[in-house]
Design a protein around this ligand. Structure first.
Ligand code: PLP
Length: 362
């Protein structure tokens, strides 16, 4: 199949903006007149430093903050952050609070427990298979931080209104909805996001850390596990994944200059999500997995009445060029991941296909 015949709904790694892919191809052999590829130049060269600087500046401009927070690029993806967060940010003798909204939150909790931290899971939606976002919880006032997962990629739920920390710094895994809508970073001590959904290729996490959090980092940690190392060396302590950072920069540029920023992209994201939710809501065969009030704008999850029909739906969809619709292996069913780079037209085509499939399967 040619690229333009495929509608990519993978949950991550996921669709990148088409103009970004084209630009990568165009300048791959001769990066900005250097006669070399971006993959061949020193991470300490002016050319690469410009890319890194541009990416950081764009993140700050898109999210609207300045020197209150720092932008870091850290290898190891979001999972590495499950371990680095408690290691760096827990305060001696104080608990760390977590809210459990599914598989990714549970993994973050486990990493804090492995380190012997005083982990308090102050709320969980496990009783209803993580189909909702908890509303009742009390944050420990002496907690080092409150950790939550802003968007639950597997179940398809999201926090529509972030939890209030009442002064306790918020820490959030925003891997699957980072840069999909504006946020106020002020209450966040730290935000992290694996790049491979909304901002670039896999293997790296973008971390936004508030200035005051840096003072918490214990001297005794290994060098590459300290946020201060990445901050003090502008993410260049050792050789970073230069190609990945370059692609992230192009995606951010596309987001800012072509799509018009976070408010604009949020409007499109809402439009895309409602196309699919509207079909689910009026359907006799598609059953949404997330409670209506907790629905994700990035990952729409649903089931069909039986596994035979589900298989047929996925196979037919694939034949029509709709790729990546199988739900996560832990819950099965179907999942439509509609990150920033998935075009509205792809979602419209899928919505038409879903309607048609329902008619013909009756
Ligand atoms: C919300 C969330 N957190 C963490 C991860 C893990 O990311 P990584 O594979 O980069 O470690 C994922 C991956 O899908 C995710 O969706």
């Amino acid at each position: 199949m040619a690229g333009n015949e495929v509608h990519n709904f993978y949950a991550g790694p996921a669709k990148l903006p088409q103009p970004v892919l084209e630009q990568i191809q165009e300048e791959f052999l001769n990066f900005r007149g250097s006669g070399m590829s971006i993959t061949e130049i020193s991470h300490r060269s002016a050319l690469f430093e410009e890319v890194l600087h541009d990416a950081i500046t764009r993140v700050k401009r898109l999210l609207g903050f300045d020197d209150s927070h720092h932008v870091l690029f850290i290898q190891g993806g979001a999972s590495q952050q499950f371990c680095m967060v408690p290691m760096n940010l827990s305060l001696p003798g104080k608990p760390v609070d977590y809210i459990n909204t599914g598989v990714w939150s549970a993994k973050a909790i486990k990493e804090a427990q492995i380190q012997g931290k005083d982990v308090r899971v102050i709320a969980t939606s496990e009783d209803k298979k993580f189909s909702y976002i908890p509303v009742d919880y009390t944050v420990d006032q002496d907690a080092s931080y409150l950790h939550f997962t802003s968007n639950n990629t597997i179940m398809g739920t999201r926090w529509h209104k972030y939890p209030g920390g009442k002064g306790v710094p918020l820490v959030s895994d925003m891997s699957s909805d980072f840069m999909s809508h504006p946020i106020d970073v002020t209450p966040f001590g730290l935000i992290y996001a694996g790049a491979q959904k909304n901002i670039g290729p896999s293997g790296i996490a973008m971390v936004i850390i508030r200035e005051d959090m840096l003072a918490r980092v214990p001297d005794t940690l290994p060098t590459l596990l300290k946020y201060t190392t990445f901050h003090e060396h502008s993410s260049l302590f050792n050789t970073p994944p230069t190609f990945t950072i370059y692609v992230i920069d192009l995606v951010l540029r596309w987001l800012e200059e072509t799509m018009g920023g976070l408010e604009q992209i949020e409007k499109i994201n809402r439009q895309k999500a409602s196309l699919i939710y509207d079909i689910i809501d009026k359907s006799e065969i598609y059953r949404g997995l997330a409670d209506a009030g907790s629905r994700s704008l990035m990952n729409v999850t649903f089931r069909l009445p039986d596994s035979e029909l589900e298989k047929r739906f996925l196979a037919e969809a694939q034949k029509h060029g709709f790729i990546g619709l199988k739900g996560h292996r832990s819950i099965g069913g179907c999942r439509v991941s509609i990150y920033n780079a998935v075009p509205l037209d792809s979602v419209k085509s899928l919505a038409d296909f879903m309607e048609e499939f329902e008619k013909t399967s009756a």
